[in-house]
Design a protein around this ligand. Structure first.
Ligand code: AMP
Ligand code: ZN
Length: 466
């Protein structure tokens, strides 16, 4: 079965076909964080759905080229750096660093590039795009010296958000990066400097100023991925006005269809309420880590609901993730024990990789895919109980799990293994190198006696807690 995605632009389920004539490369642009604060778990829901998308495409044989931008200049970052009394770059660097730490904690695969809007290369590209838009009458400099996109020159504006512009009364020009659907109007591409900007400014053909948020993404996306992109993602709040504006700017510059498939994840709710600072139900990843939850458990919760459905975050759901992961850990440990020393094989009749993959092919149906995993766990545990499971069966099933885990990233890490255990692992590697299987088995037993399980994979030995 082919991969299908629900495309926000058409509101239909469409078969995925990459632009690459060889059918291999897939270009994905994902709107990244505005680095004025620690990212919250709502943001990470979006980044985790994008991680699932990338990993599923890769496990299906595609070569994914993903870009995620860092918005390090906009209305919010400027307000933030002034409040903190820091230069903009110093203020945003702290949140960039913490963002990368958080990505690693959640096992999110890094994008191919994380461009920053303030990189001189990208500022130059933004200015070049705006100049093109002005030259072709898609944009104009107004009396306030800012440059605005001329909305009535782009009749497709509103199509992504499914707005009927004829029914909306344009409200004039908009300088803010974010605005409501009721106030559709010419939006700012270049914002003329004002006092509130302080020393945040760049020279341009329209005088001193700074780019609007929307042109940042159009510039970085087309600069790094070219004029045509396969998939563009974000949370539903990005659809309007941000992605709508990205389409208008990019297509008026390049004359090409900017994006083939638009994928947006629904919002994260907390205890059935929309997560917000004012409601006091606002969590960063760090808040949850401090409460004793692990990155793996948080990953599991944020990933386990299909991305198009709202996700209600609760502490019961975290506890549920903890017990699901414990079940997986126990199953992997049991299989590893049964498998013996030989490498993992590829398939087992109990576990068709296809069924797991087919669920994800269907617009990343993660609940279906997890259903397949837990069916397999149940059936193989029963066979293990009955003693009908051979070491070859276990190796085959572990081979399947390796591929499933390459997408889910749910396997327990060997973090915290004591040095004595690591030394044993090293000694075992030497024994295996010398084809001394008896010694290798003996060392394995010692590792197990110390509370750890070692298994052999293509990348070498892997340690998990018993
Ligand atoms: P921002 O830093 O606000 O630009 O958001 C970064 C990404 O997180 C965007 O793709 C947003 O759509 C997404 N996002 C923000 N809040 C939520 C939420 N509560 N649930 C899911 N995604 C969100
Ligand atoms: Zn963006």
């Amino acid at each position: 079965m082919a991969i299908r995605f629900l495309n926000t632009y058409t509101r239909t389920l469409e078969e995925f076909r990459p632009l690459d004539p060889a059918g291999k490369a897939v270009k994905i642009y994902t709107c990244g964080p505005t680095v004025y604060n620690y990212a919250h778990i709502g943001n990470f829901r979006a980044y985790l759905f994008e991680d699932l998308l990338q990993r599923h495409l890769e496990s299906s044989g595609y070569d994914v080229q993903r870009v995620m931008n860092l918005t390090d200049v906009d209305d919010k970052t400027i307000r933030g750096c002034h409040a903190a009394g820091l230069p903009l770059a110093e203020f945003t660097q702290k949140y960039k660093d913490s963002f990368f730490e958080d990505l690693a904690t959640l096992r999110i695969k890094p994008a191919m590039a994380f461009p920053s809007a303030t990189d001189p290369v990208h500022i130059a590209r933004m200015i070049e795009m705006i100049a093109h838009l002005v030259a072709h009458d898609y944009a104009y400099q107004a009396e306030d010296q800012s440059v605005y996109f001329r909305l009535n020159k782009f009749p497709n504006y509103g199509k992504l958000a499914h707005l009927n512009l004829d029914e909306l009364r344009p409200s004039g020009r908009i300088r803010n990066d974010e605005y409501e659907k009721e106030s559709v109007g010419d939006f700012a591409l270049w914002k003329a400097w004002d006092e509130a900007d302080g020393d945040v400014a760049w020279e341009s053909p329209w005088g001193k100023g700074r780019p609007g948020w929307h042109i940042e993404c159009s510039a970085m996306a087309t600069e790094l991925l070219g004029p045509e992109i396969d998939i563009h993602c974000g949370g539903v709040d990005n659809i309007f006005p941000h992605h709508e504006a990205e389409i208008a700017q990019s297509e008026c510059c390049t004359g090409k269809q900017f994006v083939r498939y638009w994928l947006h994840c629904a919002h994260l709710m907390v205890e059935s309420q929309k997560m917000s600072k004012s409601a006091g139900n606002f969590y960063t990843l760090r808040d949850l880590l401090e409460k004793g939850w692990s990155g793996r458990e948080i990953r599991c919760v944020l990933l386990s609901v299909n991305y198009r459905l709202p996700l209600n975050f609760t502490f019961e759901s975290l506890a549920g993730a903890r017990s699901s992961l414990a079940r997986i850990d126990a199953w992997v440990a049991r299989l590893t024990e049964t498998a013996g020393d030989e490498p993992h094989a590829s398939a087992h009749p109990l576990a068709s990789h296809n069924r797991f993959q087919q669920a994800l092919d269907d617009d990343l149906n993660i609940s279906g895919a997890l259903g397949v995993l837990f069916d397999v766990i149940r059936a193989s545990n029963r066979a293990l109980d009955l003693g009908t499971f051979t070491p070859a069966d276990a190796r085959a099933l572990l081979g399947w799990w390796d591929r499933v885990n390459a997408v889910l990233q749910f396997q327990r890490e060997a973090e915290g293994a004591p040095k004595a255990v690591l030394d044993l692992v090293e000694a075992r590697a030497a024994a295996r190198e010398a084809k001394n299987w008896a010694l290798s088995d003996e060392i394995r037993a010692q590792i197990e006696a110390a509370g750890w399980i070692v298994k052999d994979s293509k990348e070498g030995q892997k340690l998990t807690r018993k």
